[in-house]
Design a protein around this ligand. Structure first.
Ligand code: COA
Ligand code: AMP
Length: 624
């Protein structure tokens, strides 16, 4: 075990040397001699002369080392009543054949492939097959509507789309194929083909450019791993920004592989002999980093769970999985624990299972509230580790370093800045604030390996969105403070991004849909506190003069519009009709003031407010 302070200081004083050392955990085709390339600052690149293949690091090398019979993936799907284990040898066979399928369809190094799949092993196979070819995958979460998928198709311009006929939510079977067909109708870009994995719960009707996964893979020739530059993109993951247009976060191959290997061991304290479970979804960044890449690069066993923490069959589902597979660490969002706690407040179901394998519970994706922390700590009897990161960084910015040097836990804080991240809290002028003072959380450049080098085909948007507000710094979009021991406290977003059940959503894109309703004059969508999901969106709408709709009909129409255009994951269920919105005298809606009230952190009411009585009407509606 090393020391946190040593690693933190070394990573900041000589980042190239620190990360070149860490890069030795990766099998390179040509080992990098250069760590950081700052020649294009503020755009940085890692390991510019390194050549590797990420898939070979996640699969082939473990088979070559004689671990082919080891389990790579445990698939547990209570929603379909299925369980399966995939060895590293079997994974190599599936991935290299599926790479062959994609290559036969015309996919080459640098081409994009959209993966729109539920939580099944084939989703990981599709991702790795792209990596094997040097193609760039872009996984789209199943809970998005066709219009969102279409926006991603037009931005990524994929040669091929890989999908399954359906996903399974506890309440319903979600047919993906009609959603994909609709997205393709809406998109202007036309991919060559869609590969469809037929699932028995809802087989899809195939069209002229659709090909059947099983049919193709059974006759496909295995494809070898293609050497790529460390700086070549591995994937694009779209995430919500402050405008409706999603941002294509780019992940490179080399920096990502190094960050995955280093963080799995040093942040999470995991090794190749562990069964690790990230209960998220491959459509989110946690799924990319810690369901797929990190555990497989480490040669560990990753658990892929298709289901919810409650109701499938009950709130003991997670404990059953931990006991059955000897899970060493569970990683999920606090909302999952709140969902379990709501159903089983006294943790009675825990008594049915032997959880002695569990060493740690990791929680991330949203603020870990003290009640959830206490409940999990009391009932599980293992350290509960909050860790803070973003789609953009791909791995933790702040955490308790369970592998490197475990530290005392302070509830409410994800502990300290992870080596490689120079985290600061600054005032509006960009000056460091003293310990304990609230400000903007920023990270001094360069970001470490694995964090985004840019946005897909849009360096300028990357610079404008993240690097322009504070000179020499990456802006996280979060506010918070650092205490006298260096512990980081993340208090919430300072923009219009909200976190609903650990899912990141843009209220701006919801507002665009709500405002398009013919009877709505103007609107604001604000994240309000929710006992289970952390936050939920609530729409405040002002009607056009002279219209007098039935409120329940209007509300239902707005809810349906958001569901149809963004997707069920947007979870907009509350629409409040109000006489007016608080505004400045120049007519700007005071969203920031509204957000502060909703977060329980009211700011001083701006002196430029047009009419303070409107705020009096809105305030109680923001608080419950
Ligand atoms: N495909 C289609 N629809 C989906 C979907 C998918 N992959 N994922 C979610 N949805 C739908 C849900 O069915 C739900 O629809 P509904 O309004 O008809 O019920 C809606 O999107 C909202 O889903 P969700 O926010 O997940 O709410 P939920 O009530 O179904 O479940 C939790 C709540 C807390 C149990 C669940 O979100 C959870 O387990 N979260 C923790 C883990 C996690 O995903 N973390 C992400 C980052 S680490
Ligand atoms: P995502 O990109 O979906 O991972 O969401 C990133 C955002 O989630 C961050 O900018 C934070 O607002 C929030 N977040 C993630 N982890 C934490 C945490 N441990 N504590 C507080 N907020 C968090």
């Amino acid at each position: 075990m090393g020391s946190y302070v040593d690693d933190r200081d070394r990573a900041l004083s000589d980042p190239s040397a620190f990360w070149l050392d860490a890069a030795q955990a990766i099998d390179w085709i040509e080992a990098p001699t250069i760590g950081l390339d700052a020649s294009g600052a503020p755009l940085y690149r890692w390991f510019p002369d390194g050549v590797l293949n990420t898939c070979a690091n996640a699969v082939d090398r473990h088979v070559d080392a004689g671990h082919g019979e080891k389990i790579a993936i445990r698939y547990d799907s209570p929603v379909t009543g299925t369980r399966a284990s995939v060895t590293y040898s079997a994974l190599l066979d599936m991935v290299s054949r599926f790479a062959g399928v994609l290559a036969d369809l015309g996919v080459e190094r640098g081409h994009r492939v959209i993966v729109y799949m539920p939580m099944i092993p084939e989703a990981i196979v599709a991702m790795l097959a792209c990596a094997r070819l040097g193609a760039v995958h872009s996984v789209v979460f199943g809970g998005f509507a066709p219009a969102e998928l279409a926006a991603r198709i037009d931005d990524a311009e994929p040669t091929v789309i890989v999908t399954a006929s359906c996903g399974i939510e506890p309440s319903r079977v979600v047919e993906y194929k009609p959603l994909l067909d609709e997205a393709l109708r809406l998109a202007t870009y036309v991919p060559i083909a869609s590969v469809v994995l037929q699932r028995p719960q809802a087989p899809a009707e195939m069209g002229p450019t659709d090909v059947d996964w099983h049919e193709r893979i059974s006759t496909a020739h295995p494809h070898a791993a293609v050497p790529v530059l460390a700086t070549d993109p591995l994937y694009i993951l779209y995430t919500s920004g402050t405008t409706g247009r999603p941002k294509g976060v780019v992940r490179d191959n080399g920096g990502h592989a190094v960050a995955m290997a280093w963080s799995f061991e040093n942040v999470y304290g995991m090794g190749p002999d562990d069964t690790w479970w990230a209960a998220s979804d491959v459509g989110w960044v946690v799924g990319h980093s810690y369901i797929a890449y990190a555990p497989l690069i480490a040669g560990a066993t990753t658990l892929l769970y298709e289901g919810k923490p409650v109701g499938t069959p009950d709130a003991g589902a997670f404990w059953r999985v931990i006991a059955e597979y000897g899970v060493a660490a569970l990683f999920t969002a606090p909302t999952a624990i709140r969902a379990i706690k709501r159903e089983d407040p006294d943790g009675l179901l825990l008594a049915d299972y032997d959880l002695s394998s569990l060493r740690t519970l990791f929680l991330a994706g949203e603020r870990l509230d003290p009640n959830t922390y206490d409940w999990a700590t009391d009932h599980l009897g293992v350290p509960v580790i909050d860790n803070y990161w973003q789609t953009e960084t791909g791995w933790p910015i702040a955490s308790n370093m369970r592998g490197l040097e475990p530290m005392p836990i302070k509830p409410g804080s994800p502990t300290v800045a992870v080596p490689g991240y120079d985290v600061r809290v600054v005032d509006g002028a960009g000056d460091d604030l003293p310990a304990g003072q609230d400000g903007a959380i920023v990270i001094r450049l360069p970001l470490p390996p694995g964090a985004l080098p840019t946005l897909w085909r849009d360096d300028q948007r990357y610079i404008d969105s993240y690097l322009s507000a504070f000179e020499g710094c990456y802006t996280t979009g979060d506010g918070g403070y650092i205490d006298e021991d260096g512990y980081v406290y993340v208090m919430g977003r300072t923009d219009d991004v909200i976190n609903v059940a650990g899912h990141r959503l843009s209220t701006g894109s919801m507002e665009a849909v709500v405002a398009a309703h013919p009877q709505v004059a103007e609107c604001a969508v604000i994240g309000v506190q929710d006992a289970m999901k952390g936050q939920v969106p609530r729409a405040f709408v002002v009607l056009k003069a002279g219209v007098d709709p039935d409120p329940s009909v209007l509300q239902a129409e707005i809810v349906a519009a958001v569901r149809n255009q963004i997707g069920p994951v947007a979870a907009l269920k509350e629409v409040v009709i109000v006489p007016g919105l608080p505004k400045t005298r120049s007519g700007k809606i005071l969203r920031r003031t509204m957000r502060g009230i909703a977060d329980g952190r009211p700011e001083a009411i701006p002196s430029t407010i047009e009419d303070v009585r409107v705020l009096d009407v809105i305030t109680p509606l923001l608080r419950n």
